[in-house]
Design a protein around this ligand. Structure first.
Ligand code: FES
Length: 351
């Protein structure tokens, strides 16, 4: 196959086979996958669902997984990870959807919510992630806060598409107000019509921040269930502690959208991006990924939270600080994740 590709490349030089495919149909070309936005549906204020027409060969996903989405903005391709909200097993229809909530510093989310249009070309990588629906016919509790509902929505929709869950499901959805609950109307209709699903809405503006200790009242049997938690780090941390104290860690599944990063003062230094031929001075609280992008360098990236390893680059000199643990590390030649490391001194990286 590689020989064939090499031969095709020789015959089509100076353009590559990929380029000719692009001329015929951009969706066919390239490694990875290309897709067209089929529709954009507003959800709450500042959030929308984006539906893609994906190629037939796009691998199917498991409910709860995410995909990496690439979008060209002002001539630069940006990549982010988004949970798939489509039910499992639906890729045969060649349609997938994600739901995006605009954040104050989210270039991609802002573009998708405000500027993207049906027909736009986007880039996809196959679904990944371990936060997936259990195959066991067990009682389930879902705790979903804010945009943390997105992977759980795929699970709920999957159960509904299968005709229901064999065991009871409790879904606790948290948002500031009822109007801010993403998929609020669909979830209410499901809870009305599906006997296996109980829905509890937690409006933090009226009831205060949710505390997982409340499960003793809302779901006294939580120790017998499998629980999925998706949302802000504070709630995930609470859940991890509670389940660990109960000795039930294997019954808890958490989805983190943001990796907590320490902000350490006093470190930092001059970062040299050797291939780009640029240097910039950064503090110890700025990731190398953010520093590179701020300097106008096209940095490889994906989840931006230390999970996917798409952002790795070789370290040529100096040392970096892991912002999750505070550990200073690195030898020349080490591969480092730029999304979770900051400069600990003057450094050079091969990008
Ligand atoms: S971007 Fe995913 S690990 Fe860095």
């Amino acid at each position: 196959m590689n020989q064939l590709a090499r031969l095709a490349a020789q015959l089509t030089t100076p353009l590559l086979p990929h380029d000719y495919l692009t001329l015929v149909d951009p969706v066919l070309a390239g490694s990875g996958f290309r897709a067209r936005i089929r529709s954009i549906q507003p959800e709450t204020v500042g959030s929308c669902s984006v539906e893609f027409e994906v190629p037939k060969s796009f691998p199917s996903h498991t409910a709860g997984q995410y995909l990496r989405l690439g979008v060209d903005i002002a001539g630069v391709r940006h990549w982010r990870s988004y949970s798939i909200t489509t039910p499992q097993g639906s890729t045969s229809r060649r349609v997938l959807s994600i739901t995006v909530k605009e954040t104050s510093n989210g270039l991609m989310s802002g573009h998708l919510v405000r500027n993207a249009r049906a027909g736009d070309l986007v880039f996809l990588e196959p679904a990944a992630g371990e936060f997936v629906l259990s195959q066991e016919p067990t009682e389930l509790i879902f705790l979903a806060f804010g945009s943390g509902i997105t992977p759980i929505m795929s699970m709920i929709r999957t159960l509904a598409a299968r005709g229901g869950s064999p065991a009871p499901v409790l879904l606790i959805v948290g948002a500031r107000t009822e109007d801010e609950v993403i998929f609020g109307e669909e979830l209410a209709a499901l809870a009305d019509n599906e006997p296996w699903l109980d829905l509890v809405l937690w409006e933090s503006a009226a009831r205060g921040r949710f505390d997982v200790a409340r499960l003793d009242q809302l779901a006294p049997n939580w120790r017998d269930a499998q629980t999925y938690v998706s949302g802000p780090s504070a709630i995930l941390d609470q859940a991890v502690d509670l389940w660990a104290a109960a000795g039930l860690t294997e019954q808890l599944f958490v989805e983190r959208f943001v990796t907590p990063l320490a902000h350490v003062d006093g470190a930092g230094g001059e970062v040299r991006f050797s291939r780009a031929g640029k240097s910039t001075a950064v503090d110890g609280s700025t990731t190398l990924l953010d520093a590179g992008e701020a300097a106008g360098i096209l940095m490889p990236n994906g989840c931006r939270m230390g999970i996917c390893h798409t952002c790795v680059v070789p370290l040529k000199s100096g040392q970096v600080r892991d912002m999750r643990t505070g550990e200073v590390h690195g030898e020349p030649g080490d591969i480092i994740q730029t999304c979770v490391n900051a400069a600990a001194c003057d450094i050079e990286i091969d990008v």
